[in-house]
Structures are given as structure tokens and as C-alpha cells.
Write a protein that binds this ligand. Structure first.
Ligand code: PGA
Length: 209
């Protein structure tokens, strides 16, 4: 299975979120091999969830950080993103939030900067996001991302799913998800454009994993 996760950060106001859903919603494939997820910020999380449910769109809703522990609202939560670590989130706070998420039956997706960032116990889904690649248009090479992912799996167990994040777009996504140790992508900037997000999904689908 391949994860395709849109990380909107704080860049998607509610009006734009509705417009995005109206573009993307009807173009989402029913494909059991793809786990497509959108993570709005706290301000439009409820509204996005409501719309996805009422229109029956084939997309899961996740959240950023852990504003609430409510598995009916979000299936996953992005923890330890580098933007939060830069403003004071520590490995200890990430570990604490992982526990809260797991208790609430929410899947923690922990972002790591490299193979040395600690991954808390019981975490099964992580994203390798090198700081130099985030929002810069300068992604890591798929080969290096694969090597880091392999090291992380050797460290924490083969059942760990490792995503790659950092300047992913519709042109380079296929190369990342073709790597043996990479189970999907976490996408910031390119996910804000609905049509581009659909192109990313199509590029993954055509690989027929
Ligand atoms: P980017 O962001 O795709 O804009 O590089 C990735 C992220 O911050 O998760």
C-alpha cells in the first residue's frame, strides 16, 4: 500500500479548502492500494471532515499535531514536524503525544529529520523529512531517501512504514515511491494545488503497486 498524504500546514483557509475538495473529491480513485489522506490545520479540520463524509469522497482525514484526541475526526496525526521542532517541540513532547494518540486509537505519523532522530515506541509510520528539502524545491535523491529508510527499518523493525517528504511533486513522486523501502509520501506545497495533487495521485496509480 502507498500512502499519499497532503500536509496543508497553515496554508489553506477554509474557503480554499472547500474549493480544493470540489476539485479533488470527484477525481479520487477507489484504489485499495492507495491510502490518500488530507491533513488540514485545526481551523478547518471539522469542516473538511464533515464535507468528506457528506460527499462520500475517497480520502481520509488526518490532523497536524494533536489539537484533540478524537478518532472520529482524524485517523492519523502528524507529529514532530520540523516546523514544530524549530519552535520548541522536543523528542519528549513528541513521545508524549504519540502515547496520547495511540491511547485514542489515532495513528501517529512521526517526522524524522534523519536516521538519528529517535522514534518513540510502538510507532509504525514515520516520514523522513530532511530539513534542506522542506519547502525549498530541492528534494533529497530517491536513492538517498531509500538508504535512510532502510537504516530506519533496520533500527526499528521491518514492519515500520517509512514515507518521504520534502519538495515532492507530480514529476518526482513516482521515483520516490518506486524505492524498495519507501511506503509513500508526505506532501506540503504541491498538495495545496488541487490539480497538482490529482496529478500526484495519478502518477502513483499508474505505477500499479
Ligand atoms: P514540502 O513540505 O512538500 O512543501 O517540501 C513537506 C512537509 O513539510 O511535510
Amino acid at each position: 500500500m502507498v500512502w499519499i498524504i497532503a500536509n496543508w500546514k497553515d496554508k489553506m483557509p477554509l474557503v480554499a479548502a472547500h474549493a480544493w475538495l470540489s476539485v479533488v473529491g470527484s477525481q479520487l480513485p477507489v484504489d485499495p492500494n492507495l491510502k490518500i489522506t488530507v491533513c488540514p490545520d485545526e481551523n478547518c479540520l471539522k469542516e473538511v471532515k464533515k464535507e468528506v463524509e457528506s460527499k462520500n469522497y475517497h480520502i481520509s482525514v488526518g490532523m497536524q499535531d494533536l489539537p484533540v484526541v478524537d478518532k472520529d475526526l482524524a485517523e492519523i496525526t502528524i507529529l514532530g514536524h520540523s516546523s514544530r521542532r524549530q519552535t520548541g517541540e522536543t523528542n519528549e513532547t513528541v513521545e508524549q503525544k504519540v502515547k496520547q494518540a495511540l491511547q485514542g486509537e489515532i495513528i501517529p505519523l512521526v517526522c524524522v529529520q534523519d536516521e538519528n532522530t529517535p522514534v518513540p515506541d510502538k510507532v509504525k509510520l514515520i516520514a523522513y523529512e530532511p530539513v534542506f528539502a522542506i519547502g525549498t524545491g530541492n528534494p533529497d535523491t530517491p536513492e538517498n531517501a531509500n538508504t535512510v529508510a532502510k537504516t530506519l527499518k533496520q533500527k526499528y523493525g521491518e514492519s515500520l512504514e517509512v514515507l518521504y517528504g520534502g519538495s515532492v511533486n507530480s514529476h518526482n513522486v513516482a521515483e520516490f515511491i518506486s524505492q524498495e523501502n519507501i511506503s509513500g509520501v508526505l506532501i506540503g506545497r504541491a498538495s495545496l494545488d488541487g490539480q497538482e495533487f490529482v496529478r500526484i495521485i495519478n502518477a502513483c496509480q499508474h505505477l500499479q503497486m
